[in-house]
Design a protein around this ligand. Structure first.
Ligand code: HEC
Ligand code: HEC
Ligand code: HEC
Ligand code: HEC
Length: 189
C-alpha cells in the first residue's frame, strides 16, 4: 500500500517536472549526427550551404562594422546584442549563445560554436527535450505532439522574428520565395 502510494507520488511529481522542464539549446552538431544522410534529405548539408550558417561571419565584415558605427554602438557588431539577437542561436537565453565562455572548458567552447549562426534551433526550437531518437520517431509517427517537447514546425511568423524592419539592412520578405531558398525536405517517396 505504502509503496503503491510512493509510486503514485513519484509519477505525479515526474509528470509535473516533465511539463516544467525548460528546453535547452544543444547546437547544430547534435542535429547533424542524425540529419545528414542523403537518402533522408541531408538537412544539415542544406543548412550549411544556406545563408543561415554564415550569419555570425557577416558581423565581422567592414559593412557590419560601418552599420554598427553609424548606429553609435560602443562595441564591434560581433559583441553587440543589438546585432547578435538575429545573427546567432538563442541570444539572451541561459542555454543560448554566450559572449564569453571558459576557454579551458572544451565542451562549452564547442557548444557555443555550434550556436554561432542561425542554427536549426533558431527555427525548430531548443532541442534538449526532443533530440533523442525515440522522441524524434514518436513525433514523426504522430504519437507525440511536437509542441509538448518544444519542437516547432516553423511558419512565416518564425521567420518574421528576424526578417523584419529592425534589421538594419532589411529587405522585403516573401515567405514562399525565401522558404524555397532554404528548403530541406525529406526526399519524395
Ligand atoms: C538521435 C538522432 C536524432 C537527433 C540527434 C535529432 N533528430 Fe530529428 N529526427 C530523427 C528521426 C529518426 C526523425 C524521424 C524522421 C527521420 O527518420 O528522419 C527526426 C525527425 C525530425 C523532424 C521532423 C519531425 C516531424 O514533424 O515529423 C524535425 C523537424 C527534426 N527531426 C529536427 C531536429 C533538430 C532541429 C535536431 C537538433 C536539435 C534533431 N532533429 C536532432 C532523429 C534525430
Ligand atoms: C534568428 C533569426 C532568423 C530567423 C528566425 C530566420 N532568418 Fe533567414 N536570415 C537571417 C539572417 C541574419 C540572414 C542573413 C544572412 C545573409 O545575408 O547571408 C538571413 C538570410 C536568409 C535568406 C538568404 C537571404 C536572401 O534574402 O536570399 C533566406 C532565403 C532566409 N533567410 C529565409 C528564411 C526563412 C524562410 C525563415 C523562416 C522559416 C528564416 N529565414 C528565419 C536570420 C533569420
Ligand atoms: C531584427 C533582426 C536583425 C537585427 C537586429 C540585425 N540583423 Fe543583420 N540581418 C538580418 C536579416 C534577416 C538579414 C538578411 C536579410 C536582410 O538584409 O534583411 C541580415 C543581414 C545582415 C547583413 C548582410 C546584408 C547585406 O546587405 O550585406 C549584415 C552586414 C548585417 N545583417 C549586419 C547587422 C548588424 C551590424 C547589426 C547590428 C547593428 C544587425 N545586422 C542587426 C536580421 C537582423
Ligand atoms: C530558417 C529556419 C530553419 C532552419 C534554420 C532549419 N529549418 Fe528545418 N524546417 C524549416 C521549415 C520552414 C520546414 C518546413 C516545415 C513544414 O513543412 O511544416 C522545416 C522542416 C524540417 C524537417 C522536416 C522535413 C519534411 O519534409 O517534413 C526536418 C527534418 C528539419 N527541418 C530539420 C532541420 C535541421 C536538422 C536543421 C539544421 C541543420 C534545420 N531543419 C534548420 C525551417 C528551418
Amino acid at each position: 500500500m505504502r509503496s503503491a502510494l510512493t509510486i503514485i507520488l513519484i509519477l505525479a511529481c515526474s509528470s509535473i517536472y516533465a511539463q516544467d522542464a525548460t528546453a535547452e539549446y544543444v547546437g547544430v552538431k547534435k542535429c547533424k549526427m542524425c540529419h545528414n544522410k542523403a537518402e533522408n534529405g541531408a538537412q544539415y548539408s542544406k543548412w550549411e550551404e544556406s545563408a543561415h550558417s554564415k550569419t555570425f561571419d557577416l558581423l565581422l565584415t567592414d559593412k557590419a562594422k560601418a552599420i554598427a558605427k553609424a548606429k553609435g554602438l560602443k562595441t564591434t557588431p560581433d559583441q553587440a546584442g543589438e546585432c547578435l539577437q538575429c545573427h546567432v542561436t538563442g541570444w539572451g537565453e541561459v542555454s543560448g549563445y554566450q559572449l564569453t565562455v571558459d576557454q579551458t572548458d572544451r565542451k562549452a567552447v564547442s557548444q557555443n560554436e555550434a550556436l554561432q549562426a542561425v542554427g536549426c534551433e533558431s527555427c525548430h526550437g531548443a532541442g534538449s527535450l526532443y533530440k533523442s531518437k525515440s522522441v524524434m520517431l514518436a513525433i514523426y509517427e504522430g504519437q507525440t505532439e511536437a509542441a509538448s517537447v518544444g519542437l516547432v514546425k516553423p511558419n512565416e511568423a518564425v521567420c518574421l522574428g528576424c526578417h523584419n524592419e529592425k534589421s538594419p539592412t532589411a529587405k522585403p520578405f516573401v515567405f514562399a520565395e525565401h522558404a524555397a531558398k532554404i528548403a530541406h525536405p525529406y526526399p519524395a517517396e
